[in-house]
Write a protein that binds this ligand. Sequence first.
Ligand SMILES: Nc1ncnc2c1ncn2[C@@H]1O[C@H](COP(=O)(O)OP(=O)(O)O)[C@@H](O)[C@H]1O
Ligand SMILES: [Mg+2]
Length: 332
Amino acid sequence: MLRRVDSICDSTCTVCGLVPLITRLKGTTKVVARSATMQTLLKRAARFAVSDAPVVVLGETGTGKEVVARVLHANSARAKQPFVAVNVAALPAELLESELFGHGRGAFTGASAAKPGLFETASGGTLFLDEIGEMPMGFQAKLLRALQDGEVRRVGENTSFMVDVRVVCATHRDLAELVRAGRFREDLYYRLRVLTLEVPPLRERSDDVLPLALHFLAEEKSGRRGYTAAAQARLLGYAWPGNVRELQNVVRHGSALATGPEIDDDDLPETLSLPKRSRPSTPGQEALKTLAEVEREHILRVLDSCDGSQSEAARVLGIARNTLWRKLRSIG
Ligand SMILES: Nc1ncnc2c1ncn2[C@@H]1O[C@H](COP(=O)(O)OP(=O)(O)O)[C@@H](O)[C@H]1O
Ligand SMILES: [Mg+2]
């Protein structure tokens, strides 16, 4: 399996060497990985593809955890079978079990017919459980049992049955920390952490910034060829707290505003002037902002980089969703 990956890399690699392997992926035509750390990570993902053991993908929001999970799937013998992605944090706790395991007829009010769960939908393929750190403790025990026995039981039914599914989980949280805080089961943690892939933040792989920016620009089909030297310097000088997803949004913004053949410095959003390291010069009195102004700007910036998703933004900011909602209301 590993040889298969390497030989394809050798013959066709233009950027990351895995291009031909991901052409089968819906919605992704190319994975950009110019940096040595990303290339190593994708090779590791390809190695993990040989086994059926669960994998956990770690990394900040927007780093490309789902992309890595798809690369893993595409490299596996399951590639022709479904890749089913589900965001655990987006499902209410009461629905999680019936969504994932399915339910029998009459299992609860409104269950007029039996329904297969996502484990069954993903049969033969890969089930990607995103935001696993938000999974309620009660359900964690059920997931662990499914991973250990390879069996699931629909809600309201008495018999379990085998499912052939490779589970890949992802989280932006520190699972060990969640275990210490009593919010993640230790046994599930030990089960998952055997095969771990850690996607580095974009600020730690600046070699990827310009190739990604060019890739997203080509996807815009705006006819713009690239970036001026000043725009490139801005892209490289920024810390990308929202990682690749934020870069993707910045490219969309720049490509919509640009008038010339290349995206220029002032086509890029204001927020990009925030430098990677603090400026050496002392700002003048007029440049000093109140804490509330800084908070407001930061919230809006994070929200923008999360495509307006409040739950995602709350996670990046490390605050509860209703705290964010309250703050947004006061911003007006
Ligand atoms: N290496 C990459 N090459 C191309 N596109 C990428 C890459 N990494 C991330 N993306 C894109 O950036 C966005 C965020 O990636 P995603 O996998 O959803 O991040 P995460 O799951 O870590 O929040 C997606 O639109 C994805 O297609
Ligand atoms: Mg994601």
